[in-house]
Design a protein around this ligand. Structure first.
Ligand SMILES: Nc1nc2c(ncn2[C@@H]2O[C@H](COP(=O)(O)OP(=O)(O)OP(=O)(O)O)[C@@H](O)[C@H]2O)c(=O)[nH]1
Ligand SMILES: [Mg+2]
Length: 223
């Protein structure tokens, strides 16, 4: 009887676990965002910004939400270590791409890398959130400006490619256009926490409908 009740209780309190990767150029603010998420959603405050060093490898953090666990993977963004990102694509349920909206000089580098992420077949169809970070900075581009900057960059890329070699095939191009048109862009300040709850809410809602199933038998009751 005890086991029956225990099993029933575990079934009722079962939490599905979903993985979200946080990627973007070095210095975009990914680790600051992860630590802010820990502060907002767990009993243990995250590291303060002055304690955060550039990430070599990965940082992780787990938060519990209603009937759901979100596991975040913050991956280092330096040029030499970006090639580890695709190793996480097969198992993640959503992607948060962080862009430094205050660093105009590196925007095109940020879009170049973002474009490669968009074209990865493993994450096609997964929820993808573009976060325009550092909105606390007075010179930051707004969400609308960031969206336009990316669309302009993309348009230029397509036109340049037309003049030289072909850029993607017809179907691939239209899939990408659709993805860009439906792209969710949110403004945040990882350092101040502004907009971070909105971003987590969006990810929480979207992973439930992610085309990738949570791991079979994931049961994290009590964790
Ligand atoms: N003003 C401002 N600065 C921020 C914000 N978020 C991060 N920063 C600063 O940006 C710098 C880089 O932050 P990190 O969180 O280490 O960046 P990262 O994306 O993890 O970088 P890598 O680990 O190298 O990939 C630090 O000096 C942060 O304090 C923000 O919302 N506003
Ligand atoms: Mg980092």
């Amino acid at each position: 009887m005890y086991h029956l009740l225990k099993g029933f209780h575990e079934y009722l309190t079962r939490k599905e676990e979903f993985s979200v990767i946080i990627i973007g150029l070095d210095g975009a603010g990914k680790t600051t965002l992860l630590e802010q998420i820990k502060t907002l959603y767990t009993d243990t405050p995250g590291l303060s910004p002055d304690k955060i060093a550039p990430t070599v490898g990965q940082n992780t953090g787990k938060i519990a939400l209603p009937s759901t666990i979100l596991q975040f993977w913050d991956l280092g963004g330096q040029r030499g270590i970006r090639n580890i990102w695709p190793k996480y694509y097969d198992d993640c349920h959503a992607v948060a791409y962080v862009i430094d909206a205050d660093d105009r000089e590196r925007l095109s580098e940020g879009w170049e890398v973002f474009d490669a992420v968009l074209s990865a077949p493993q994450i096609l169809g997964l929820p993808l959130l573009l976060l325009a970070n550092k909105q606390d900075s007075p010179h930051s581009l707004s969400v609308e400006e960031i969206r336009h900057d990316y669309e302009d960059w993309y348009q230029r890329k397509v036109e340049n490619a037309r003049r030289s070699v072909r850029y993607g095939e017809g179907d691939e191009m239209s899939a990408r256009r659709e993805r860009i048109a439906s792209l969710e862009v949110m403004g945040i300040s990882a350092i101040q926490g502004t907009g971070v709850r909105n971003a987590v809410d969006w990810l929480f809602l979207r992973v439930q409908n992610s085309r990738r199933e949570p791991p079979k038998g994931s049961n994290n009751a009590g964790s």
